[in-house]
Write a protein that binds this ligand. Sequence first.
Ligand SMILES: O=C(CO)[C@@H](O)[C@H](O)COP(=O)(O)O
Ligand SMILES: [Fe+2]
Length: 222
Amino acid sequence: MQPFAIAPSILSADFARLGEEVENVLAAGADIVHFDVMDNHYVPNLTIGPMVCSALRKYGITAPIDAHLMVKPVDRIIGDFIEAGATYITFHPEASEHIDRSLQLIRDGGCKAGLVFNPATPLDVLKYVMDKVDMILLMSVNPGFGGQKFIPGTLDKLREARALIDASGRDIRLEIDGGVNVKNIREIAAAGADTFVAGSAIFNAPDYAEVIAAMRAELAQA
Ligand SMILES: O=C(CO)[C@@H](O)[C@H](O)COP(=O)(O)O
Ligand SMILES: [Fe+2]
């Protein structure tokens, strides 16, 4: 199991002050910057792309950037995110015609590759590409928006994914995304997650450090 990591989703940050927001949340104790890319096609919302990722790097952000691509088709934009300095690039299997090829494209570019599973998407494809994934991301809400409620059935799916990772013997991060907060993070960790995306729970709070510390205190008891 990888060490626990907190990955604030900048979808809920103040976009007008993005560089400062990312700097502040990292100073508050975050480990990874979760960067939600939405195309108004695969998901019904439109957010930020590789130019913004690159701008964060130029601004001086050195922490890992976890680019969650909700974009279809995904292959064309993968190279742009590699160039832009992403650390992890994850995509949804439904958004790629050739999942193995998309994973390979990411790895060939020197980035860590991951697959994202919507709440009703089975984990079946993992069986064939387990040797090419560095991260498995389970959506605990339907993708497209921040601030939604955690879907409880995801806990069983986390246990399923954790068993697959353990059986593979590889170091694969198991990330959870959607509706994560101080109240439910311990139960989510107990189900097998090691990487926790939280957008509204962190950015809508007055004190980011206080929320992240409270999350870590919960994780210490998981
Ligand atoms: O990918 C997504 C939504 O599609 C997420 O990363 C959300 O941005 C998480 O936000 P919260 O549920 O934590 O507010
Ligand atoms: Fe996300």
